[in-house]
Structure formats: C-alpha cells, structure tokens
Design a protein around this ligand. Structure first.
Ligand code: TEU
Length: 528
C-alpha cells in the first residue's frame, strides 16, 4: 500500500502534541511522549500521523502562531527528538505529516519585528500594511475569524496590518515573491528532514486581494449560533482568491521533486459550495483537500447524502479528506449528542460511517475512545476564542484536553505533573485506553476492526460510491461492486428493504426476509 500513491484514500491520525503524552513532567505533552505512545497509533492500523504545530511559538494560538518555522519549540523538545520521532514512526510503518502554518506568522517573528519597524526596510513589504482611511478607520471591512476587524493599528509605521486570525498572527504578504520563495524554502527544509507530507493550515487564506476591496455581506441565516463564531460577510477578497492557486501549483511542483509525499490543504470553508474544493485538488495542485463540511452541527441522512453527492459531482476524481472531529470543533459525539441515547453505539456507528465514505480520513486523537467534549469553567479556558466569546462559544479547549491512557493513574497517565495545562476530567479518564483495550465490545476495539476491514477490503478504500434509495433517516450506499453500507441516522427504528448479504460489521441490525430491521443508530456493512 505504501507506493507513490499511498496517500489516496488513506487514514491519518491527528496528534495534538500538547495533549498527547507528557514525558518531562511539565504538564504539557511533548515529542518524547509521542514517541512513547506511537505503538498505540500503529496498532490502530492507520497510515499516517499528522502533528499539529510543534514549532517555536509564543503560543498565543497554541502553536498556530509560529516565530521560527524551522525549529522546534522547547515545550515539545528538540530537533533531535523530532528526528527520532520520524525514525520511530517510519519503523512502525507510519508516515509523518506536519502542520505548516504559512499564511501568517507570530507577531514576535523576527520578520514582523523588522517589518513593523519602518516603512522602508528589507521586510517592509513582507506583511500586509495599509494606510488608514481619511477618518482614521481600517482600510476596509475585513473581519478577523476570532472577532473584530482584521486590521490592527501600528503606532510606529502609522499604518494598519492585516490579520485574519489573532492580532498576534499578522498575515504574510503572498503577493511578494520573496515571501513565496521563503515559504517554499521552509517546506524544502522539512522535506529534506524526511517528512512525508504537510497539512497546509488555512491554505485558502494565503493570498488577499491586493486592491483591498470590501467583502460583500453574508446574508445567510445563522445555522450554528451556539458555538461557532460567525463571519457576517462572504470573505471572497480577504481569502479564497483565485491567485492563490498559482502559488499552490508552486508548492506541488516542489513536493513532486520528492518521492511519495502528500499535501493536505485545510480549506475551512463554510461560505462556498463544497464542490469549490475541486479547484484546490485539480491537476498539479493539492493531493487532498481537508475541509470542514462534516464538522459542524448539521447532521442526518439527507445532509450527509447532499454533501457527499455535491463533492463527487461531475465525476470528480480528486481526493477529499473527511473528518468529524479535530482540535478546532467540539468532539462529534457531543456535537451531535441530540441524535443518540447510547454514546458508545453512536461512536461506533459514526466510526463505520466516516471510514466507509469515499476519500481520505483524518481521525482526531481520542476519537477512537469515543471521548466526549470536556466541560470547562471560564477560569480553566486557555483558547483566546473561548475567552472572547464565552459562554456562547466556549472555544476549542474542550476538545484539546489531555489524552487518557490509564484510568487509575495520576492524570490518567498523561502526565506526572500536579497540574496539567488543561485538566483531565472524570468522563475522559473513565474512557482511558487501558479500560477499552481488552474489551472486544469497546469503541477502541471497534475502531481497530473497522480500520482492518477498510485495509482488507479494497472497495471500502478505493471503490466508487453509489447512493441507494433508502427510507427517511437512512443513509445507504454501495462501495465498489459488492460492499453495501447502511446507516440509520434517525432516532426511530427503520426497515431496510433491499439488498442484503454477509454481515461484515453491524450493530442494531436484524436481518429479515427481504431486508432488515435497523435500530436507531444501527448500521451494517455487508458483502453482497
Ligand atoms: O484553522 C483555520 C480556520 O479556517 C478556522 O476557521 C478554524 O475553523 C478556527 O479554529 C475557528 O474556530 C487553522 C487551525 O486549524 C486553527 O487551530 C488555527 O487557530 C487557525 O488555522 C489559525 O492558524
């Protein structure tokens, strides 16, 4: 499977390094800790790991604010630790994908220190600077994803600088060819270290409109008011610029100089139809498009069918990368909590669903344990998003709490420290790896079985996906020539009238003449 094309329809396990395993006892996870726990990941049967940022950072946005893109933050260890991690992962048959945050840097990056010092210095044009409007207000209406204007005034240059995220994350100016070259050199640095690919953070944010035109207003109804910050404009000028694709082609050309590498671009796109992702995975562009269509509140058979059909419209042959959970959204078992009465059954059903749809998949650490979102008080929050928008949007800390390994141990085995950067709470500790490892009915055992099935059965990985007529609330599709997948996503029992076969995996599924009785959140994967 590990050919040039190993990445196609692959499964990647996302590690959030600060919360995976603490080795040095400071209450934060680190690279040595990850090395220690890698066998757990390899045992699952995934193809690759993706590490959220481990680079030098003041941690205003937990490492997504990088102050040296070519070094490791001491919180996580050293470059030697990183090299050891890559070697160990490769020994275990795991590819290594690292996050690359190129759209912006930390405001404490030496480039930005230089850039803000004056209007005439070698880095003056490396960030996006603009004069105030005559009345002193920002140059246009662009909004930050973390709230407020995307422009902050700098007293020395007497100009505004652009930041799509925090003011501590100034946007690099991708219209400047030197910036593009620097970004490519940074990627080359890590390719030469032997990483197998990149998760390109906020890849649709790189290029802004150089005429700084206002974004048009977003006139859609709010669909997810309870936890997600909503941008009340269509960001067609602040990001999503067509010019971006030319730079992505340069990134791909560089990557193609190396053997069997992959680019997963993160396109967090709530504002455009899902099929817009086709642009990003066109020839000579990204291998995989990671997006957030299935990572918000909307749920149900009709919703999934519409999203998947849209993605694969017009004979699309590209490779989307699907996920239900990540370090940015509430864990899916909690987010979709209105739709189940048995959390573990729901975790297993969504596992079978995610791993049977066409495309690549990213699993987020702890998902294989069926972890729920951690409830935190305001005082426990660290994420600036949560601290700004609490309580309507408590931010992202609840999915970033430490990984539970041994239920009875201090901090459930995550750390020896008396306090950890985010707390370990009882609901998570109770689902620790050791409580599930030997239980054949656990969520963890189910993930392993499902991953093994996906590995063994080519159709589940590489087969096309054809949707079948099904009763309301039921999602049914055929993968390849003879693998049938049926899910009851409703809260009522359903009757499946149609094809059957040999059950490969099922739950809440009672075969009957001419079909089956499917309980709420019941499902089956069948060989026809
Ligand atoms: O997220 C990019 C992104 O597009 C955001 O909209 C994301 O949904 C955000 O978390 C809002 O809740 C990436 C990273 O995944 C995220 O952790 C970073 O904060 C962000 O980039 C800035 O680098």
């Amino acid at each position: 499977a590990h050919s040039q094309d190993w990445w196609r329809n692959s499964v990647t396990y996302q590690i959030y390094p600060r919360s995976f395993q603490d080795d040095d006892g400071d209450g934060m996870g680190d690279l040595k800790g990850i090395i220690r726990r890698l066998p757990h990941v390899a045992d699952l049967g995934v193809d690759a790991i993706w590490l959220s940022p481990i680079f030098t950072s003041p941690m205003a946005d937990m490492g997504y604010d990088v102050s040296d893109h070519r070094d490791i933050d001491p919180t996580f260890g050293t470059m030697a630790d990183f090299e050891a991690l890559v070697a160990r992962a490769h020994d275990l048959g795991l590819k290594v994908i690292i996050d690359q945050v190129l759209s912006h840097s930390s405001d404490r990056h030496p480039f930005f220190t230089e850039s803000r010092a004056s209007r005439a210095n070698p880095k003056a044009d490396w960030y996006v600077w603009a004069d105030a409007k005559p009345e002193g207000s920002p140059p246009n209406n662009w909004q930050s994803i973390f709230g407020g204007p995307a422009w902050t005034w700098d007293v020395r240059r007497r100009q505004y600088y652009f930041h799509q995220f925090l003011k501590e994350q100034p946007d690099l100016n991708f219209h400047n060819p030197e910036v593009q070259d620097w970004a490519l050199d940074t990627l080359r640095f890590w390719l030469d270290k032997g990483v197998d690919g990149f998760r390109l953070d906020a890849v649709n944010h790189y290029v802004h409109d150089d005429r700084l035109r206002d974004n048009p207003p977003d006139i859609r109804e709010k669909t997810e008011p309870d936890y997600k910050t909503f941008e009340m404009q269509y960001p067609i000028h602040s990001k999503n610029r067509p010019e971006n694709l030319a730079f992505i082609e340069r990134v791909r050309a560089l990557t193609d100089e190396y053997d069997a590498r992959t680019l997963i671009g993160e396109i967090g796109e709530a504002h455009h139809p899902i099929e817009r992702l086709h642009d990003y995975t066109g020839p000579g562009r990204l291998h995989q498009a990671y997006h957030t269509a299935l990572m918000h509140k909307p749920y149900g058979a009709a919703f999934f069918r519409d999203q998947l059909k849209a993605m694969f419209r017009d004979g699309y042959e590209g490779c989307p990368n699907w996920a239900f959970s990540s370090h940015d959204v509430p864990r899916h078992v909690s987010r979709w909590g209105a739709h189940w009465s048995d959390a573990d059954r729901f975790a297993r059903m969504t596992c079978a669903l995610l791993l049977s749809i066409r495309g690549s998949v990213c699993l987020y650490q702890g998902e294989e344990l069926g972890l729920p979102q951690t409830e935190l008080t305001y005082d426990e929050l660290v994420d600036p998003e949560g601290k700004t928008f609490f309580p309507d949007n408590p931010g992202r800390d609840g999915c970033r709490t430490p990984m539970p390994w041994e239920s009875g141990a201090k901090n459930a085995g995550f750390s020896d420290a008396d306090s950890t950067w985010l707390p370990m709470k009882p609901p998570q500790a109770a689902r620790a790896v050791d409580t599930q490892a030997d239980d054949p009915d656990s969520v963890l055992s189910f993930y392993k079985r499902m991953l093994a099935l996906r590995t063994d059965r080519d159709a589940l990985r590489d087969g096309d996906m054809a949707f079948l007529d099904a009763p309301e609330g039921v999602l049914a599709y055929r993968r390849g020539a003879g693998t049938l997948c049926v899910f009851n996503l409703s809260d009522a029992p359903a009757r499946w009238n149609g094809a059957g076969g040999t059950v490969l995996l099922s739950e809440g599924w009672q075969a009957e003449p001419g079909g089956a009785q499917v309980e709420p959140n019941g499902f089956a994967i069948l060989a026809e």
